[in-house]
Design a protein around this ligand. Sequence first.
Ligand code: HEM
Length: 487
Amino acid sequence: MTARREPAVPVAPGSVPGLGHVPALLRDPLGFLGSLSHLGGVVQIRLGPRVVCVVTDATLVHTLLVALAHDCPRGAVQSTLKTAFGDGLLMSEGQAHRNRRRTIQPVFGPDRMAAYVPVMQQVAEERVGRWQAGQPLDVAKEMNHLALEIVTRALFGARLEEEATLAFHRALPDMVKGQIVQSLYPHPAFARVPLPVNRRFDAAVRVLNRVVDQAVGSTGGQAAADGTLTALLRGAVDPVSGLPLTEADVRSEAITMFGAGTETVSSTLTWLIQELLDHPEAAARVLAELDEQLEPDADLTPEALDRLTYTRSVAQEVLRLHTPNAFLMRTATKQVELGPYTVPAGTELLYSLTALHRDPALYPDPLRFDPERGQPGSAAGVGRHAFLPFGAGKHKCIGEAFAWAELAVAAATILRRWRLSPIPGERAREVVWTAVQAQGLQIRIEPRTDDRRPALPALAALSAPAGVGLVVPAGPVVPVGAAEVSR
Ligand code: HEM
């Protein structure tokens, strides 16, 4: 027997004959994936007949995404979307991806943020301005609408009809469910079997395509407005063929932006509100900072957002604890070395940014929300590769700067305008598909007048361990004080 230089990839316990680890993964996806890191930096699991290697170590995930990016392109989770949406940025690879990324990059350049922030603020002001005092507010739903509208108006210079917005949000869950289930199939052909999950996935894709057509076509046949993604794509030329992009290409990119850039942001915002309701001291500091750093009626700018350093660390801690991307995959096209492990050609590799950010070896007491944990890479903070909510390497989120700005604008607009208080019994619940969603935050809205602003202790009495909701008071836009978001 030949001695091995490399350690063998350990195999996760608990495989069920025929199904492998699928039951464990479906029962408690993040718990299961989180339980693997103590076995090794790469751990084998079985998904039915398929052997998949889970990369559990932050440095190895970074290696996979950066150093091995060429030899490990995207895998099954993303491929399901390719069949549905074509070769958008999120699905393409190699030279085609490089060309498309270069074409799209200017839309996300730092100079564009000065144009996007006022649009984000306007959309947020309009939406929170429609909130009715005294009525219940469904935070997740509101944040979904807000994020979709911001992408539609900022990137596409378009407006969606309310019906299209509702259809989009109804269809999205079926699409993500289908995406995860289809990625677990032993063979891609199973996606064509008329199972209910496949039928719902196909129907959702049709709806999403119709909605996207409205966004890219809603300029009524005229040229899209300058500076929009639509205008940029319609003016772009394929560097290989020298031909303009097809309408199918334009639609693929549009649906990519809607798919990648709405639910990620809306679930982060929902968790941000939940965490502020749970942590009144953090909420008080955010409000004090908004009050101190922003003029009451001034327009927001990227420079003003840069001054919101504590708000940014709160958003960062929310992104760590509630990282939206629960499952991403790569496939090794040739044998690669991943740290001490040798991974044969054809191996499917899975990593969970959410599980990574909850690893106690990186973040002591990982489920505790603590905006003071320190910046990744700083002396007080964790290792450089321990914070990857936007991924890394050539597929790193192109919308990262857009997303940070959006989170800050939305938080500032909501919190400066409304006082948020909890309702017992109504908390955000974690629902994991490919993304970690925040569901079930049903809330009650109470009217408020400035002279009846309740003090913090009175509001604290409203809260119960199991119950968090949101009370949006009535009243004009006023700079708010530290007691206005409370538990
Ligand atoms: C909190 C918000 C967001 C998070 C956590 C997030 C996370 C990510 C991650 C982890 C990836 C890498 C996926 C991979 O490696 O396979 C990614 C890619 C991508 N994201 Fe985001 N994202 C967010 C917001 C946005 C927004 C607002 C947009 C656009 C409006 C966007 C557009 C994209 C696109 C197009 C890609 C594919 C990039 C490529 O492959 O070149 N994302 N995102």
